[in-house]
Design a protein around this ligand. Structure first.
Ligand code: GRF
Length: 192
């Protein structure tokens, strides 16, 4: 695999809509980008995000998830073959094992729709509203072997209004996600 101008070869893992993938693709096509997206991988044939990968002519594959071991073995092979230096999880709905994280041995980033350490896991927006929180937000963090618990790279908050529903909050947070994911990548790599 060809490497150029010190950009990190990056794989983006998705399971669905792919709006964060889209924002990472947009960033990766800027002149000063520190990454080059060499691969998009999905565990779901129907992931809409694959359309963005195809439109941008980015190599993409689907790895069927029949069990974790076979999925991760295949994933690791593909990542190594493509000289991937950085993984960005972007709405990837499977949990990667500690074993895999150790074997990959390079940085894995994730974006999460809450102000971690609050609301790990799913249904973050409704939980924030139910608890009458004043703020929610998004977090980019390093992936370790505990769910949504790795070192925080970047976080940005947004006000929760009385009128907000889970859906409207999701929309607001998603806008923030699209801004902070590329910024977090820059923050992580600029210090390399
Ligand atoms: C985002 O809210 C992200 O924070 C979470 O899953 C959602 C994925 O959205 N991990 P998209 O597929 O990037 O549009």
């Amino acid at each position: 695999m060809e490497k150029s101008s010190g950009k990190k070869n990056t794989a983006v893992l998705i399971s669905g809509r792919g709006s964060n993938l889209k924002s990472l693709i947009k960033y990766s096509t800027t002149k000063k980008s520190l990454i080059r997206i060499v691969l998009v991988i999905s565990d779901n044939f129907g992931a809409k995000g694959l359309i963005y990968a195809n439109k941008s002519k980015i190599n993409n594959i689907v790895i069927r998830y029949s069990n974790r071991k076979s999925f991760e073995d295949r994933l690791l092979k593909v990542l190594n073959k493509n000289n991937v230096d950085l993984i960005c999880l972007a709405g990837f709905m499977k949990i990667l094992s500690g074993k895999f994280i150790k074997k990959f041995n390079k940085t894995i980033l994730n974006i999460h729709p809450s102000l971690l350490p609050k609301y790990k896991g799913l249904n973050t927006h409704n939980r924030a509203i139910q608890n009458k929180d004043k703020y929610s937000g998004a977090t980019v963090h390093i992936v370790n072997d505990k769910l949504d618990s790795g070192k925080i790279i970047l976080q940005k908050k947004v006000k929760i209004l009385k009128s907000d529903s889970g859906k409207s909050l999701e929309k607001k947070v998603l806008k923030i996600e699209h801004k902070i994911y590329p910024k977090a990548v820059i923050k992580l790599l600029a210090s390399d």
